[in-house]
Design a binder for this molecule. Structure first.
Ligand code: NOJ
Length: 544
């Protein structure tokens, strides 16, 4: 496949791969990473002070979740000024300093871009709701009541109740797919598109290396606002249940095909920026591999990397994972590039999902598959979900259903043992409780322990960087006994990855002579003919 966005032209010209193909992306949730001011909430200066950790670990790019001005009803995903920094996190000067330091360290910086909605505190929405005649009225999605009264259609907010809020003053409903305080923008209005594209241009001009685009497929809905049909077969739209929201098939309230055209335009804007190597990573919750692949664009001219969340819904089982990875590899358009995710600020921590021992194999999987991995802060420490008592719960999604709360996966990064854990000042109260085992899990303790999860992650990143096979080579399944996931990576060199994801020890026969490069357990040296793997054990092998 070729076209304006394709990589084969670069490859044919002998250019190296674009940086975002060989990069490992490290996600920072700004509230939870490092608090330089001692108020219990992380901030930009704190992040800047700890960028050395990313470089030391071996990550290549930082993805920063939102730090823009916001009333924080959804902790920054509800933006009231897209081009300013919220005082809680610092200032624009702090952002510039962060960017400069990251670039000095060789790290790219990807920022969150939130196109679907703004905060209801945004001046655009204040104008829009001020009168039906306001010139910004049509910047949001307003509709009259249904003929019999009540909301215009049956669309639901993901976080409970109708997706429509009644505005008494102007006598119409406005649409909000998330909180009532997060009204949806009307992307069918060219002025909105231009204003939001200007936001992107502003950050590009400041020097960011790309965007992670929030709920990218929500920007276009059915223009006639038709009802969603009922979900009769128990189908889930996402990989987890959102309660009553799952009683509908979400065919009209998001992912309208017109979204392709929006993102093609956005991509052209990125490609026109100098230097033209900025990346568009999109949050797309699409679990059908062929449909997922469509979001690269028919000419690879939409998203460079539509997030692949499939591993989040795949059972922790060798055969199931082999099938998932094969299906997404098969669906990948020629010259497009895969990507993998095992955790983020919306998902239960991988260490809690699969268990602390299996989390080591999970890290090996994430960092040895073909494609750009995204590593969520703290997963390199094996940080678990941290229980948050109901009275301390912050997350609006948790208010809909405490089981869905995302607070547990947003606990403070433990940098060192002792009060505050190096995250905040000793004596300060962190915005969310630290992990009970934060002392032992801390970066400082783990860095000194060659057997720690942190040391394993660092070794995997070093191996990945040093091996063309691991960073960009082909991927192919290898025969293996039940419970073991085995694959070969091949480029200018070769690696074999064996992961025993089952609860029983397994012996894997080896063709040829191999030696252990990285192991989740205590293992090293050359191997002949076979290797006996413990439960949850994984190895990366190189030819001996
Ligand atoms: C997806 C983000 O990842 C999530 O944290 C946020 O709450 C919603 N989009 C709304 O912006």
């Amino acid at each position: 496949m070729s076209g304006p966005g394709s990589n084969d032209a670069a490859a044919a010209a002998g250019n190296p791969r674009p940086w975002w193909q060989t990069a490992v992306v490290y996600q920072v949730y700004p509230r939870s990473f490092a608090d330089s001011s001692g108020d219990g909430v992380g901030d930009l200066r704190g992040i800047t002070e700890h960028l050395g950790h990313l470089a030391w670990l071996g990550a290549d790019a930082l993805w920063l979740s939102p730090f823009y001005r916001s009333p924080m009803r959804d902790f920054g995903y509800d933006i009231s000024d897209h081009t300013d920094v919220d005082p809680l996190f610092g200032s624009l000067a702090d952002f510039d300093a962060l960017l400069a330091r990251a670039h000095e360290l060789g790290l790219k910086v990807i920022v969150d871009y939130v196109p679907n909605h703004t905060s209801s505190d945004h001046p655009w929405f204040a104008a829009s709701r001020s009168s039906r005649d306001d010139q910004r009225r049509d910047w949001y999605v307003w509709a009259d009541p249904a003929p019999g009264g009540g909301p215009p259609n049956n669309w639901l907010s993901i976080w409970g109740g109708p997706a429509w809020a009644w505005d008494e003053a102007t006598g119409q409903y406005y649409l909000h797919m998330f909180l009532g305080e997060m009204p949806d923008l009307n992307w069918r209005n060219p002025e909105v598109r231009e204003a939001m594209f200007d936001v992107a241009r502003t950050w590009l001009a400041r020097g960011v290396d790309g965007f992670r685009i929030d709920v990218a497929l929500y920007v276009m809905k059915d223009p006639e606002l038709r009802d969603n049909p009922p979900a009769t077969g128990g189908e889930l739209t996402f990989h987890k249940s959102f309660g009553p929201w799952d009683e509908q098939l979400h065919v009209n309230d998001h992912a309208h095909p017109d979204a392709h055209e929006v993102w093609r335009e956005f991509r052209a804007l990125l490609d026109a920026a100098a230097p033209p190597d900025r990346v568009a990573i999109a949050e797309v919750h699409v679990f059908d591999p062929v449909e997922w692949a469509s979001w690269f664009g028919t000419a690879l001219d939409e998203f460079h990397l539509p997030f692949n969340f499939s591993l989040l819904q795949t059972p922790w089982d060798a055969r199931a994972i082999a099938e998932t990875v094969s299906a997404f590899e098969r669906a990948l358009p020629d010259a497009a590039w895969p990507n993998w995710v095992l955790g983020n600020h919306d998902e239960p921590r991988v260490a809690s999902r699969v268990g602390p021992q299996a989390a080591r194999a999970a890290m090996m999987l994430l960092l040895t598959l073909r494609g750009t991995p995204t590593l969520y802060y703290g997963d390199e420490l094996g940080l678990p979900d941290v229980a948050v008592p109901p009275e301390l719960m912050h997350d609006p999604q948790g208010r809909q259903d405490p089981a869905l709360s995302r607070d547990p996966q947003r606990s403070p990064m433990p940098w060192s043992p002792g009060p505050g854990h190096g995250f905040t000042a000793p004596g300060a109260v962190p915005w969310l409780p630290a992990a009970p085992a934060a002392d032992d899990l801390s970066v400082q303790r783990q860095a000194g322990d060659p057997r720690s999860m942190l040391s394993l992650t660092r070794a995997l990143l070093a191996a990945r960087r040093a091996s063309p096979a691991l960073s960009s080579g082909d991927w192919a399944l290898e025969p293996s006994p039940g419970g073991v996931l085995a694959y070969r990576r091949a480029g200018d060199d070769e690696r074999l990855v064996l992961l025993n994801l089952g609860a029983e020890p397994r012996t894997v026969a080896l063709a040829g002579r191999w030696e252990v490069e990285v192991a989740t357990g205590d293992r090293g040296g050359p191997l002949d003919a076979e290797v006996a793997l413990d439960a949850d054990e994984g190895v990366v092998l190189r030819p001996a």
